[in-house]
Design a protein around this ligand. Structure first.
Ligand code: HEM
Length: 274
């Protein structure tokens, strides 16, 4: 499901985009603009991590979420504006690749979900120090729906879906970072067992060229990792209690908001591999 499947009539217009301003100007400096794209991502990613970790109950816990929100908001906005601006420009200089890319569809759905979850849920919840108003809940439902669509397109896009390992890895590290005490030890041990088993089965037991067995085995491990990590996140969310940043729903939405940006970035990277 690439953009050309949805908008076939736009093919001719898209094909000419890199012959006219601004695409034709950007093209010789694609790499430089892409650096701007990635720096913007670092900025918005850092701001989003500080804000959402605070909602989860980790990081800048000396300040209430509303104060953390006020401090990170300008940087978050700058990162979002920067990534959209540079993204559109590099997009116009390389339009046909995006038009035929399923990863790009996943990325745009992820971006829509990320904007809804960030501006409609995480920021308002932080402003209210963890209180969720009915409007915020409505945005949460919309954002999660879009996130589900993005994951669905990512998971079914051939040659692109291995990019979902970035998403599961990011979630795995986030949970390792946030959990404490016995939960962290049990969770870390479970991860180590899964990693060792995957290496043993896919590197030692199954021959390297036996894709008919390797593919489903890797997919099975992917599901096992996802279940283990989500289970540990659920334990962390419930055992953390209400805390100073709201209850389980706010914490779960903060995890989702962080993860949706990772999904968008991973899909962005996998445009190149399709
Ligand atoms: C209007 C929105 C956006 C547009 C039009 C856009 C467009 C692009 C384009 C054209 C590329 C180069 C793809 C290639 O030729 O390989 C790219 C790469 C990338 N984008 Fe975006 N992007 C947008 C938003 C975002 C956002 C919100 C993120 C992160 C959250 C992001 C993260 C990335 C990453 C990680 C890469 C890969 C860079 C690399 O090759 O190493 N983009 N994007």
């Amino acid at each position: 499901m690439s953009p050309q499947d949805f908008f076939p009539a736009a093919a001719e217009w898209v094909g000419r985009l890199d012959d006219v301003f601004p695409g034709v100007w950007i093209k010789p400096y694609f790499a430089q603009w892409e650096v701007g794209h990635l720096l913007s991502m670092a900025l918005l990613g850092g701001a989003s991590i500080l804000l959402n970790l605070r909602l989860i109950g980790y990081g800048l816990t000396d300040d209430p979420p509303s104060v953390v929100r006020r401090q990170v908001l300008p940087w978050l906005n700058l990162g979002v504006i920067g990534i959209l601006f540079t993204g559109v420009l590099i997009g116009t200089s390389n339009p046909e690749r995006l038009f035929t890319s399923e990863a790009f569809t996943a990325k745009m759905l992820g971006l829509a979900a990320a904007l809804v979850l960030t501006y409609g849920v995480a920021l308002p919840a932080a402003r209210e120090d963890g209180r969720i108003r009915p409007m915020t809940a409505a945005f949460a439902a919309l954002g999660l729906g879009l996130f589900g669509l993005a994951l669905g397109v990512f998971a079914t896009a051939q040659l692109v879906n291995p990019g979902l390992w970035h998403v599961v890895t990011a979630m795995g590290l986030m949970v390792l970072f946030v959990t404490r005490g016995l939960t962290r030890i049990v969770y870390g041990a479970g991860l180590a067992v899964l990693i060792a088993s995957q290496l043993a089965v896919t590197q030692l037991l199954i021959p390297a060229d036996d894709y008919a067995r390797l593919d489903p085995t890797h997919k099975g491990f992917f599901l096992a990792f996802a279940a283990w990590i989500l289970g540990a996140a659920a334990v962390q969310i419930i055992s953390a209690g209400r805390g100073s940043a709201g209850g389980w729903a706010v914490k779960a939405m903060a995890y989702a908001t962080l993860l949706v940006w990772v999904t968008t970035a991973a899909a962005g990277r996998w445009i190149a591999f399709a």
